[in-house]
Design a protein around this ligand. Structure first.
Ligand code: ADP
Ligand code: ZN
Length: 207
């Protein structure tokens, strides 16, 4: 078996190994308003300029903006396919796709972990952005698992709206206690460690 591998040198095999080497996982994490979507869109646009075939997905649960696109809080957009599950994303995956973009990764089911591993193994560059903490500051699955398997990790930060320091937390300002409560600046703000309180601090609940 060892010899077979050592002399595995044919043109075809070399090419297929090159394809496999080309696959990897990039994860972009941070709080809300930290620029995850902007960074994802920037990377996707560059891939398209390089004429690479790109497919972009986001979980259906995030309906903040138009369903057929991912959007940043600053107004950058990119077309994307809404999917309910990781399995549905895989079913829509095209063989020729070289770069897979995924936004709002925290809203995917755990099967996303195996799915992106498989895509990377098949030679695709996978870029997945998502919240690493929920509104209580708890790790937001499946992002911790995705961070563990990624080749490259980018942590983005926002600006604390209270004091101007580097913000690592998404403070909920509405009184919901659901883990998933979709919203933007109407329901969340970026806070630093000192200004963050690990519960919603809506004036109605904490007056
Ligand atoms: P994320 O995907 O991490 O939620 P986006 O890429 O959608 O972030 O939005 C980032 C943009 O949000 C910034 O470029 C800026 O225009 C805007 N923004 C609003 N509030 C803040 C804040 N407190 N700190 C930094 N950027 C903010
Ligand atoms: Zn602060």
């Amino acid at each position: 078996m060892v010899e077979e591998f050592a002399f595995d040198n044919t043109e075809e095999r070399r090419k297929s190994r090159q394809m496999k080497d080309a696959g990897w996982i990039e994860v972009i994490v941070g709080s809300m308003f930290s620029g995850k979507s902007e960074e994802l869109i920037r990377r996707l646009r560059r891939a398209q300029i390089a004429r690479q075939k790109v497919q972009v997905f986001k979980p259906v649960i995030d309906n903040r903006y138009s369903i057929e696109q991912i959007a940043s809080h600053s107004g950058m957009t990119h077309v994307s396919k809404p999917v309910m599950t990781a399995a549905e994303m895989m079913a829509q995956m095209e063989d020729e796709t070289q770069v897979v973009g995924i936004d709002e990764g925290q809203f995917f089911d755990m099967a996303i972990v195996e799915a992106v591993n498989e895509l990377a193994k098949n030679g695709k560059r996978v870029i997945i952005a998502g919240l690493d903490q929920d509104y209580l500051g708890r790790p937001f699955e499946p992002m911790p698992q995705l961070l563990s398997i990624a080749e490259y990790i980018t942590k983005t930060h926002a600006i604390c709206v209270k004091c101007g320091a580097t913000a690592n937390y998404s403070q909920r300002t509405s009184d919901s206690i659901e883990r998933v409560e979709v919203g933007a600046s109407d329901k969340y703000e970026a806070r630093c460690r000192q200004c963050f309180v690990p519960h919603s601090d809506a004036p109605t609940v904490h007056e």
